[in-house]
Design a protein around this ligand. Structure first.
Ligand code: ZN
Length: 263
């Protein structure tokens, strides 16, 4: 059955994500996103996975409705990703560009855990949960987080497993200090800026000084953090013993948990 083409069509932006382009198409044709999907014959419940798994039949239908080549429609989805790239590519949006999103754009690279600045306009990507009255993020934390994001990208692009392991260990360490539970790959895609930025910054800090020293920069550590560190460093007994001593000292002194380093 030949589908009725939309009256208005739009060319995709470079790096645009399929779901974002379809949302713009729907708006341009004065219909809801789910109505457009229904017209194409796609169940709205699968909207989130279209960007990752687009069947050829669905790609053909979208192409015919939007009057675009099927290859172009397919190019808006993520290509086959390595396991670690897939783990660090968010299934749903967690950050966006304050400039580009104003025109309804949703770009592919915004979904990557290592994306920090918008490649289209250069603005810093913002977590989707940011509110206008949120306190400004300290410059030093931003600088470090940007550095950590760059290191993470390099490790992934160059397929450097040792660097990646080091980066993920640093994130686990940061999570332990902040008593954040869960998987490090999720912390890096957290819509909560205090979790994501601190995790990225930890990657940069671990690069420039041993984690042992990074541990000493923290002025306090709670029991959960201590347990997490033990798990993380179980293969590094000396480091473990030192962190244990630091933790013990701080527990005794009753310092509050803090995350700042003092250089
Ligand atoms: Zn932008």
């Amino acid at each position: 059955m030949r589908l009725r083409p939309l009256p208005i069509t739009l060319a995709p932006y470079p790096d645009e994500l399929l779901s974002g382009w379809l949302a713009r198409l729907a708006a341009a044709n004065h219909c809801a996103f789910t109505e457009l999907l229904a017209h194409i014959g796609i169940d709205g419940r699968y909207a989130d996975i279209l960007d990752f798994e687009l069947e050829t039949g669905a790609a053909d239908s979208i192409a015919s409705v939007a009057r675009m080549p099927t290859a172009l429609v397919k190019s808006l989805t993520f290509p086959a990703l390595s396991p670690i790239e897939a783990a660090l590519t968010a299934r749903t949006s967690f950050q966006s560009c304050p400039n580009c999103s104003r025109s309804g754009r949703a770009l592919k690279h915004w979904r990557q855990a290592w994306a920090f600045d918008c490649k289209s306009c250069g603005s810093r990507l913002r977590p989707i949960l940011t509110k206008s009255d949120d306190p400004p993020v300290p410059e030093k934390l931003l600088r470090r987080a940007r550095g950590g994001a760059g290191l993470l990208e390099q490790a992934i692009k160059a397929d450097r497993s040792m660097h990646l392991r080091r980066a993920m260990r640093a994130v686990t360490f940061a999570m332990a200090l902040r008593a954040v539970r869960g998987d490090p790959v999720h912390a890096l895609q957290s819509p909560r800026p205090e979790v994501r930025l601190f995790s990225l910054a930890a990657i940069a800090v671990a690069q420039s000084r041993p984690l042992l020293k990074a541990a000493m920069f923290s002025t306090g550590i709670d029991d959960f953090a201590y347990a997490a560190l033990l798990r993380t460093y179980e293969k590094e007994p000396r480091l473990l013993a030192t962190i244990g001593r630091i933790a013990g000292r701080h527990r005794k002194s009753g310092f509050p948990l803090a995350i700042e380093s003092h250089d």
